[in-house]
Design a protein around this ligand. Structure first.
Ligand code: SAH
Ligand code: SF4
Length: 386
């Protein structure tokens, strides 16, 4: 059955484009049901799911024909009914620091960006959850692109599959040798406005018989959709990062407009009751350093006062500019001074080193290529004489 796309249902129906539903993105139970619906005997269905799962998420095959533990006839039947389509890589750019940015095309011809960041002891994939964003944080490039649609679970997990294809990381890479060891939901979009699909995709990513990335190596970043925060903790159990960015409601109303709906007090109250709050699973507070806007000593003092009692670390993010962006990055000395105050109050305050700046892959610089040419809000405002 095809589902109409309405503003309340922004996820494109599975069958809409390819004509066939994809097996990628179905959880184990949903896959079992799909196999039974196609005629697989109920008694065999669980075993078949196990076999197919292994091929899809452990071996990374893209063709039913390669699933040699299944009979030829069964493989043909599967291929008749389902696809294994992944998002298609349109362009791949590699930064001089090794960061890779992929522009992926998904059903409907839409595009999303995914970034792979290699580090010494780990490799992090920055995954997108939406095409564009409903929110309009004025320092964020994605925020200038209005929401086109939510990604399906298959498209979210598909970003991991595509990256593992490109990194040639299938089969049995021992975990300590993995190039892709961590996931951050910090790409395009607000993951808590697409929580069901994000959850289904992360459950697949965490499954020990497949991609097998532990929940502690997955971080979901939210601008503060307070009513969904606890559910993310309960249903995914991953690490949580909050885009805090300001220490008064007045400034946060501007920088993170969702603050007008759930203000600093409501957000902190929500976090204090976060089900996974503990010293071993601290919440990360992300704080973008904007020159003259939120980077004073007073801000630093207010910040530590506000979060008092919450096991936290504070991640200082030097602002990453993009064409037409209306802010400037704080001076390094200012960032250090801010960090010192936070540190003295007992919080770790690592400064996030900008990665992939030369290919516009750093935090907050993502935007679909087709949208890039469009004017920024600042340009539009200037041209209108505002
Ligand atoms: N929508 C989610 C996740 C995506 S943004 C959220 O807002 O949390 C990931 C992080 O990058 C957020 O903390 C966001 O505020 C930050 N960010 C956005 N634009 C940025 C920019 N231009 N420079 C630095 N960080 C930015
Ligand atoms: Fe959306 Fe996050 Fe960018 Fe704000 S910072 S516009 S919530 S992607």
């Amino acid at each position: 059955m095809s589902v109409p796309i309405t503003p309340d249902n922004l996820t494109v129906p599975r069958k809409a484009v390819a004509g066939k539903p994809s097996l990628i993105g179905l959880g184990r139970d949903a896959m079992r049901e799909a196999l039974i619906a196609m005629g697989t005997p109920e008694k065999q269905a669980k075993m078949r799911v196990g076999q197919i799962w292994h091929w899809l998420y452990f071996k990374g095959v893209t063709d039913f024909g390669l699933m040699t533990s299944l009979s030829k006839a069964y493989r043909a039947e599967l291929a008749e009914i389902f696809t294994l389509e992944r998002p298609e890589i349109v362009t791949k750019q590699i930064s001089k620091d090794g960061t890779r940015k992929y522009l992926l095309r998904i059903a409907g011809g839409h595009e999303v960006e995914v970034v792979y960041i290699p580090e010494k002891n780990r490799g992090t994939l920055c995954v997108s959850s939406q095409v564009g964003c409903t929110l309009t944080c004025p320092f964020c490039h994605t925020g200038t692109q209005k929401l086109v649609r939510n990604l399906t679970a298959g498209e979210i997990v598909g970003q991991i599959l595509v990256a593992r294809d490109d990194l040639n990381e299938w089969d049995n890479t021992p975990f300590d040798k993995r190039k892709l060891s961590n996931i951050v939901l910090m790409g395009m979009g607000e993951p808590l406005y697409n929580l069901d699909n994000v959850r289904d995709a992360m459950k697949i990513a965490m499954d020990p018989e497949g991609i097998s990335i532990s929940r502690r190596r997955i971080t979901l970043s939210t601008s503060g959709v307070v009513p969904e925060i606890a559910r993310a903790g309960e249903e995914i159990g991953c690490m949580l990062a909050i885009s805090f960015h300001a220490t008064t409601d007045e400034v946060r109303d501007t920088l993170v407009p969702i603050n007008k709906r759930w203000n600093i007090e409501a957000l902190l109250e929500g976090l204090r009751s976060y089900p996974r709050l503990s010293n071993s699973e601290r919440i990360t507070f992300e704080y973008v350093m904007l020159k003259g806007v939120n980077d004073s000593d007073e801000d630093a003092h207010r910040l530590v006062k506000l979060i008092d009692g919450i096991p936290a670390k504070i991640n200082l993010i030097p602002f990453n500019p993009w064409p037409g962006s209306p802010y400037e990055r704080s001076e390094w000395k200012r960032i250090e001074a801010f960090g010192d105050i936070v540190n003295a109050a007992g919080y770790a305050s690592p400064v996030r080193r900008p990665r992939g700046e030369d290919i516009m892959a750093a935090c907050g610089q993502l935007k679909s290529e087709t949208e890039r040419g469009r004017k920024s809000r600042k340009q539009i405002a200037e041209e209108a004489g505002l």
